[in-house]
Ligand binder design. Structure first.
Ligand SMILES: NC(=O)c1ccc[n+]([C@@H]2O[C@H](COP(=O)([O-])OP(=O)(O)OC[C@H]3O[C@@H](n4cnc5c(N)ncnc54)[C@H](O)[C@@H]3O)[C@@H](O)[C@H]2O)c1
Length: 401
């Protein structure tokens, strides 16, 4: 083992590039008392994507089979950023080869796969984590802290949506996102982020009810070649059935008794990436919207009623992650989703440093805090499964086991 961390990304597509850029930026933020990072390889079965992503983000080489990453002695840590149903085989292979693994959300294409991955993680001494990127939003983390500290009283109601439009065009190709049965569509794809955000801020969901799914576009054209991201790829005249939902809505009960209302969509007109939530508590409220990622709204019983109301808080160095976390870490500068991937990969690398170099690099303060583990990914899929069961049974209440 060297005193550096060699990293690789498997899957150089849409989110794979965000991971590739994340590792590239990780050593530029926060303290410099960590091991050096080597950007070693991007692996993708699409050779053009592997070559392009490796070159674009400054990785030493491209590989065309994930096994080359598992077998490479110069790679210590790997992001798995391919279609959900491929996660298990690759993650198990990487852990068996002694790699640290950051796996994208949802953790797997099925509950059974996710359960097996948790067992594989438990049997390994490597760092394992799931990519719930929005946990690293400074505004979300600040709201979570305020709720936990009691600033706005006891939680009453969380309302969240993740509305996207990537599936609205019926001529865009059928891809892995449209296969897998009820619950694996908008709910698992974008709803998994929303469920995790709700639980990150408000605590665990114990029961769901009133679920309803809708599939608006029932057939899509088969691609003639490879596809990329949500919609890109040339198509043929042949149509194939869409197997999962375009829209999912449900209610939830949190362990603390508060109620949640959730909706996820991939057919929301003109909303490319619409993640937002409001929460109401006994002495205040808070709200955050990804479209204005570097601000949040908060209302508290701390001013006269005649000048009360929600106020806009602009994110700056007083908030989590900003001080030292941006090249220009001043107030009001703003940040985007790419920065959240930098924080996520930095947290992963910090965990690896503490694991592999305990005497040389361990820091007791754990500045970034650990990433959610595979157990969190499995739990998220259990909520998804409960919602799918509720939808299948006409909206019945289903406990999350
Ligand atoms: N955290 C986030 O914000 C976020 C955003 C988008 C996607 N995701 C997740 O990232 C994962 C990938 O999504 P995407 O939108 O980037 O998909 P994508 O289709 O754009 O890219 C996937 C890439 O994997 C490659 N690939 C397919 N099979 C492979 C294999 N066996 N080995 C290596 N490469 C292979 C494809 O050629 C493609 O380039 C999914 O799990 C998705 O849910 C997370």
């Amino acid at each position: 083992m060297t005193s550096t961390i060699g990293v690789a990304v498997i899957g150089g597509g849409m989110a794979g590039r965000a991971h590739a850029a994340g590792y590239r930026g990780a050593t530029t933020v926060f303290g410099t008392d960590r091991p050096d990072v080597r950007l070693v390889a991007i692996a993708d079965t699409n050779q053009a994507v592997a070559d392009d992503t490796a070159r674009r983000y400054g990785y030493e080489r491209a590989e065309y089979d994930w096994r080359a990453i598992a077998e490479a002695p110069d790679i210590d840590a790997v992001s798995v950023v391919v279609a959900n149903h491929l996660h298990r085989e690759i993650v198990e292979g990487l852990l068996a080869a002694g790699k640290h693994v950051l796996c994208e959300k949802p953790l797997a294409g099925s509950l059974a796969d996710a359960e097996a991955m948790v067992v594989a993680a438990e049997n390994s001494d490597r760092v394992t984590a799931v990519g719930y990127t929005y946990r690293r939003s400074p505004a979300v983390e600040q709201i979570r802290r305020e709720l936990a500290a009691g600033t706005i009283g006891e939680l009453v109601h969380f309302n969240g949506h993740y509305w996207c439009d990537y599936a609205l065009d019926p001529t865009s190709p059928i891809t892995w996102r449209y296969r897998g049965g009820p619950g694996t569509g908008a709910l698992a794809d974008v709803g998994s982020h929303l469920i995790d955000l709700g639980e990150f801020v408000c605590g665990p969901i114990t029961e769901v009810a009133g679920a309803a799914f809708a599939t608006v576009i029932r057939e899509r054209p088969v691609p003639v070649g490879v596809t990329y991201g949500h919609t890109k790829g040339a198509v043929s005249d042949e149509l194939a059935p869409v197997e999962n939902e375009d829209v999912a809505t449900f209610t939830a009960t949190f362990a603390n008794g508060a109620v949640g209302t959730f909706s996820a969509s991939r057919v929301a007109h003109n909303l490319p990436d619409g993640l937002a939530f409001e929460l109401f508590a006994s002495k205040g409220s808070a709200a955050w919207d990804l479209h204005r990622a570097a601000e949040f709204h908060l209302s508290a019983d701390d001013v006269r009623t005649d000048i009360g109301g929600a106020r806009r808080v602009l994110i700056g160095p007083d908030h989590p992650y900003i001080s030292g976390g941006l090249p220009m870490d001043a107030g009001g500068v703003g940040h985007g989703v790419a920065d959240l991937f930098v924080y996520q990969t930095r947290a992963f690398l910090d965990q690896i440093a503490d694991c592999d170099f305990p005497r040389r690099f361990a820091r007791p303060d754990g500045a970034m805090g650990p990433l959610p583990g595979f157990d969190a990914g499995l739990h998220g899929l259990r909520v998804v499964a409960a919602v799918a069961e509720s939808a299948r049974s006409g909206g019945t209440s289903i406990k999350v086991v």
